[in-house]
Design a protein around this ligand. Structure first.
Ligand code: GDP
Length: 322
C-alpha cells in the first residue's frame, strides 16, 4: 500500500508567543487563506491549538506560549512525547513587537526540548518583517540572532544545538520558502529525490523542476540548478490553478482527499514568453512542476515517458523498507 511509506511522518511543532502569527502562518500556508483575512483571526487560549495538514507528507502541530504561564507550572508543557517525536521546532518571533520576552521563552524552550530530544532542529522565524525597512530588518535580525546564540553559548550548548534563522512574512513567498527549507532537512530521501530530478531535467532539457507537497504548496526538493524566485512563484501559482479547477470541476467519486487532486491530475500551460509550465501528479501528496522551453516540449512523448519513469522511481523511494 502506497500509504504505508508515510507512516512515520516527520513532525513539525510551531511555537511562539500569543499573537506572534502562528495561526496566520498555518492558515496561509495550509489553508490558502489570503494574508489580509488573518487580521480577523480570533485568538485562542488553548496551549496546543491544532494538529494540521494530515494529508501532507509532514504532520504539524501548533503550540501557543502564553506570556504569563511558566513552563515549570504548566503540566501540558511536560509532554515529553511531543518533543520526542518532533523533527523540527519552529519558533515564531514577532519582529514588529518587543521581542525580549520571546527570546527568553525561546531559550527556555530550546533547553527543555533539547534535553528531551537532542536531534531536534530549531528553526527561528523572525516574522512580520513586511512592516520593516531593509535596514530595520537587518538590525533586528542581527540583534535577535546575537541574543539567542549568546544564550545558547552561556548554556555551553553552542556546539550541540542546531539552530537556523529565517526572515518571514505571510504577505510574500518568504514564509513558503522558509517552510520548504525546514521540511527539506526532515526528509531523509532528499538526496535521492534531488538526484532523480537532476536526471529528469537533463533527459528532457527542462530548465527547472520542483517536487511540491501539494497541500501546503511547499517544495520538498528541486534539481540542483539555482532557484529564482520568479520561477518558484510561477510554479507554485500553477498548483493553485490546477487545484482550484480540480476542486470546482474535477471532483470525482474517487477523490477521497477532497483536494481535487488525484492520479489523473496533470496540466500543461504555454506561456507568452516561449516557455511551457508542466505539472504532473507524482504521488498522492506530491506533484512535479517543471518549466521548459516550448521547442523542447514539441517532443513531449519523450517527456511524458521520462516523467512516468521519474514517478515510478519516486514511488520506490517512499516504499516501506522490508
Ligand atoms: P497567534 O496567536 O500566534 O496564532 O497569532 P495570529 O496568527 O492570531 O496573528 C496575530 C496577528 O498578527 C494577526 O492580526 C495577523 O494578521 C498578524 N500577522 C501574522 N503574520 C503576519 C505577517 O507576516 N505580517 C504582518 N504584518 N502581520 C502578521
Amino acid at each position: 500500500e502506497a500509504e504505508q511509506g508515510y507512516e512515520n511522518k516527520p513532525r513539525i511543532l510551531l511555537m511562539g508567543m500569543r499573537r506572534s502569527g502562528k495561526s496566520s502562518i498555518q492558515k496561509v500556508v495550509f489553508q490558502k487563506m489570503s494574508p489580509n483575512e488573518t487580521l480577523f483571526l480570533e485568538s485562542t487560549t488553548k496551549i496546543v491549538k491544532s494538529e494540521i495538514a494530515s494529508s501532507s507528507l509532514i504532520s504539524y502541530s501548533i503550540w501557543d506560549l502564553p506570556g504569563q504561564v511558566g513552563y515549570e507550572s504548566n503540566p501540558a508543557f511536560d509532554n515529553e512525547g511531543l518533543f520526542a517525536q518532533t523533527g523540527a521546532l519552529i519558533f515564531v518571533i514577532d519582529a514588529q513587537d518587543n521581542y525580549r520576552e520571546a527570546i527568553a521563552k525561546l531559550h527556555t524552550t530550546v533547553l527543555r526540548a533539547y534535553e528531551i530530544n537532542p536531534e531536534i532542529c530549531f528553526e527561528v522565524f523572525i516574522h512580520k518583517v513586511d512592516g520593516l525597512s531593509d535596514d530595520a530588518k537587518t538590525v533586528r535580525q542581527q540583534d535577535i540572532v546575537e541574543h539567542v546564540l549568546a544564550n545558547i553559548a552561556d548554556a555551553e550548548l553552542e556546539d550541540q544545538i542546531q539552530i537556523s534563522f529565517y526572515l518571514t512574512s505571510i504577505y510574500d513567498h518568504s514564509i513558503f520558502e522558509a517552510f520548504s527549507k525546514v521540511i527539506q532537512k526532515l526528509i531523509p530521501q532528499l538526496p535521492t529525490l534531488e538526484q532523480l530530478l537532476d536526471i529528469l531535467i537533463s533527459n528532457c532539457c527542462i530548465e527547472k523542476a520542483f517536487l511540491f507537497d501539494v497541500v501546503p504548496k511547499i517544495y520538498i526538493a528541486d534539481d540542483s540548478s539555482p532557484v529564482d524566485m520568479q520561477t518558484y512563484e510561477l510554479c507554485s501559482d500553477m498548483i493553485d490553478v490546477v487545484i482550484d479547477v480540480g476542486c470546482i470541476y474535477g471532483m470525482g467519486e474517487n477523490d477521497d482527499t477532497g483536494l481535487g487532486y488525484d492520479a489523473e491530475s496533470a496540466s500543461v500551460m504555454h506561456l507568452n514568453n516561449g516557455m511551457v509550465l508542466y505539472m504532473k501528479e507524482v504521488t498522492r501528496y506530491l506533484a512535479l512542476v517543471a518549466l521548459l522551453r516550448e521547442d523542447k516540449y514539441e517532443k513531449h512523448g519523450l517527456i511524458d515517458y521520462n516523467v512516468e519513469a521519474f514517478k515510478n522511481a519516486v514511488a520506490k523511494v517512499f516504499e516501506p523498507r522490508q
